[in-house]
Design a protein. Structure first.
Length: 130
């Protein structure tokens, strides 16, 4: 019999954490995230309320606020975070608690280098001079 382990964060389940207010949840975070979240708890609460309203209307939740700390009320939501060019969809999971939205929407893409052009290597240098 295979038993799937339930996710916990600092000994609390997601359901228990969702019942807490933002300021109460902040006590479970590490010091840097705790200080940040306490400073921006008004922004976080406003964002959570707007996100819940939009989710109820089946509208996409789009934001430029890459700095927001992820709280339990956002778990399970799909948030489109701006990376400077497009909105990247992020499915919020329990493992993301305490991190920021911007960490999951990279601003720099992966670079694909092509082959070198004429004159780019020693073997083709003589061809470039002609």
């Amino acid at each position: 019999m295979e038993h799937k382990k339930e996710f916990t964060f600092r000994g609390k389940t997601i359901e228990e954490l969702k019942k807490l207010e933002v300021r109460e949840f902040v006590g479970f975070l590490r010091s840097r995230e705790r200080r940040t979240a306490l400073r921006q708890f008004n922004d976080i609460e406003k964002f959570v309320n707007r996100a819940k309203q939009k989710a109820a209307k089946n509208k996409p939740i789009r934001t430029h606020k890459r700095y927001l700390v992820i709280v339990p009320q956002l778990v399970g939501m799909k948030i489109f975070t701006y990376n400077g060019k497009t909105f990247i969809p992020i499915e919020v999971t329990g493992e993301m608690l305490g991190h920021r939205l911007g960490e999951f929407a990279p601003t720099r893409g992966k670079i694909k280098h092509g082959s070198a052009g004429i004159g780019g290597t020693k073997g083709t240098r003589s061809k470039a001079k002609k």
